[in-house]
Design a protein. Structure first.
Length: 226
């Protein structure tokens, strides 16, 4: 099954480089190139790609707003957004995370790592760059505004939903928050890979998470990962 990718970046050479790299891989096809955020949204709606490689800083409409519009479009429920950023703690990344981006990578990522990231995100396994994951999520959670009118901190969504989780599911959520894959979770808990995958799938359903990246955020918000 071919993974269809849309590349959104305002730099011609960057788009050309990503296209050449991805098109050379078996099972991956670049279906379009967008020059700004508005173009990315329009092309996503026209081509319905599996993955959008989204630059954050673009003219007309930045990657944050473009990500939000793509994620909110019910006709694009099968499209995942993989954000590429130059800065490890770019404040725009926090907004993209809230908007529903499925993964984050630095632009200087190794070509093989980029290809692997596209495959993982297309498979629904949200991805966060190892170099920035912990700081990014901690900063995101710390910067999340209160939704209480008197300014007091509101209970995080995940914390309110945790009673619905079994002890094993809480344990699995903690390990997901630490960045473990399903295979690593299975080994850590001495489970079969299929059982670990089933637990993660139940977390998606019970917590209303779009993908693994959101599970990581929820684990941090609920205080399961210190």
């Amino acid at each position: 099954m071919t993974i269809r990718v849309l590349v959104a970046d305002d730099q011609t050479l960057v788009r050309a480089g990503f296209r050449a790299l991805l098109d050379s891989e078996e099972g991956i096809e670049v279906v379009g190139e967008a020059v700004d955020g508005a173009d990315a949204v329009a092309q996503a709606r026209a081509t319905r790609p599996d993955v959008v490689l989204m630059d954050i800083r673009m003219p007309k409409l930045d990657g944050l707003d473009a990500t939000a519009r793509i994620v909110a479009d019910p006709n694009l429920s099968g499209t995942k957004v993989l954000v590429l950023t130059t800065f490890e703690l770019d404040e725009y990344v926090f907004g993209a995370l809230r908007a529903g981006a499925s993964g984050f990578l630095l632009k200087d990522v190794d070509p093989v790592a980029l290809i692997d990231a596209v495959r993982l995100v297309a498979d629904g396994q949200g991805l966060l760059a190892p170099a920035v994951t912990r700081r990014l999520i901690e900063a995101f959670v710390a910067a999340s505004p209160s939704d209480e009118p008197d300014g007091s901190a509101a209970a995080p969504t995940a914390e309110r939903q945790l009673p619905e989780l079994t002890p094993r599911e809480r344990e699995v959520l903690t390990l997901v928050g630490r960045g473990m894959t399903n295979h690593e979770i299975a080994e850590h808990l001495v489970l079969s890979p299929l059982t670990a995958k089933t637990h993660v799938s139940r977390l998606f359903s019970k917590l209303g998470a779009r993908d693994r990246a959101q599970l990581v955020v929820l684990a941090y918000e609920a205080g399961l990962v210190g």
